[in-house]
Design a protein around this ligand. Structure first.
Ligand code: SF4
Ligand code: SF4
Length: 326
């Protein structure tokens, strides 16, 4: 991989996504491994916490530079609070009767701290970026829903403010939960969003049973559809893990085309794609991200998804599973 030159774009981007690059960056789809038959870990393309150079750095910088203060204030506050993502672990270690009771207590604590969705899974290579390793065995995946009325304003600034507000809130939950776990004598670190570092939140959330991957490339939960944002706590505390869920997402995505039709740059594939050795729903990065940047984070696809209608998920799931079984 060529090392991208870090430059600060000063001009508005052209429609063809020059975005201040002196040289066209590598395709995001190529970096993501679209069409690759063999398994490998994913690499960063866009949005990381500045820990290493990324191919689309100039576009990421441009996104930050054009973000208005109502959005930026949540980004800055989130980055500031995440300085406390890790810390000292208490010397005295509290033990639990068994892994089930440890899991139940951590879930209860996470909900008390504000999470609406909680699941536990093992940390595996699939949920870590290439070249990253962590000294943790378990992940507590956390989800928080967004205000549907605010999100009805996608792809305008008002919806983006809500997205960043919720990222900030669920990061705060993760930071506090990690601190509580460390106070029990177990190492733990909070991982916030949207700027990723070591972990991929979607594979963690799917594996922890928060929801299933939809055609639009986001997690769909039974409770809130895709109208959620994620964070996680990684720890060495042994806990019983959850299983991936089947709420019928595959059944609907195979027939529904709503997100495909409504995506302005036509970035959503109608069929699963081969990505790093696995067939999965996939979004064309080279089409999505430039539009995403120009529209304060877009998010049209997750709002038009029928699962995101408040209160609809449980009955939709029941109908889909009953139809499949009949
Ligand atoms: S975020 Fe917007 S551009 Fe990207 S896939 Fe969704 S609808 Fe399309
Ligand atoms: S809009 Fe339809 S096809 Fe797209 S993710 Fe939602 S259910 Fe699946």
């Amino acid at each position: 991989m060529t090392t991208p030159r870090r430059i600060t774009p000063t001009n508005p981007p052209s429609p063809e996504y020059a975005f201040g690059y002196r040289h066209q960056p590598r395709s995001g789809n190529e970096i993501n491994g679209l069409g690759e038959p063999d398994y490998r870990q994913p690499e960063h393309v866009f949005h990381n916490a500045g820990t290493e150079p990324i191919e689309w750095q100039a576009l990421d910088d441009f996104f930050g530079n054009i973000s208005p203060w109502p959005i930026l204030r949540h980004v800055v506050a989130n980055a500031w609070q995440l300085r406390n993502k890790d810390g000292r672990t208490a010397r005295h270690r509290v033990t639990f009767d068994d892994e089930q009771s440890a899991a139940a207590e951590m879930k209860e604590r996470a909900r008390t701290l504000g999470a609406e969705l909680v699941g536990i899974t093992h940390v595996t290579d699939e949920s870590l970026f290439a070249g990253h390793s962590v000294p943790y065995t378990h992940a507590i995946s956390l989800g928080l829903s967004m205000d549907r009325e605010e999100m009805a304003h996608v792809p305008q600034q008002r919806a983006a403010v809500e997205v960043l507000r919720v990222y900030r809130a669920i990061s705060r939950t993760a930071i506090r939960l990690a601190r509580q776990i460390r106070s029990l004598g177990w190492p733990a670190r909070a991982y916030g969003n949207p700027n990723s570092t070591d972990v991929l939140h979607i594979p963690l959330a799917v594996s922890a049973g928060l929801g299933q991957l939809g055609k639009h490339g986001s997690v769909i939960s039974k409770e809130f559809g895709s109208n959620v944002r994620l964070a996680a706590v990684l720890t060495t505390l042994p806990m019983a893990t959850d299983q991936p869920v089947d709420i019928g997402v595959e059944d609907l995505c195979r027939k529904c085309r709503r997100c495909v039709v409504d995506c302005p740059p036509g970035a959503i594939f109608d069929e699963k794609q081969l990505v790093r050795g696995a067939e999965k729903w996939y979004v064309d990065f080279d089409k999505c991200i430039p539009y995403f940047v120009k529209t304060d984070g877009c998010a049209i696809c997750i709002q038009v998804c029928p699962w995101s209608v408040p209160g609809r998920g449980p009955s939709l799931s029941d109908q889909l599973l009953a139809k499949r079984n009949s």
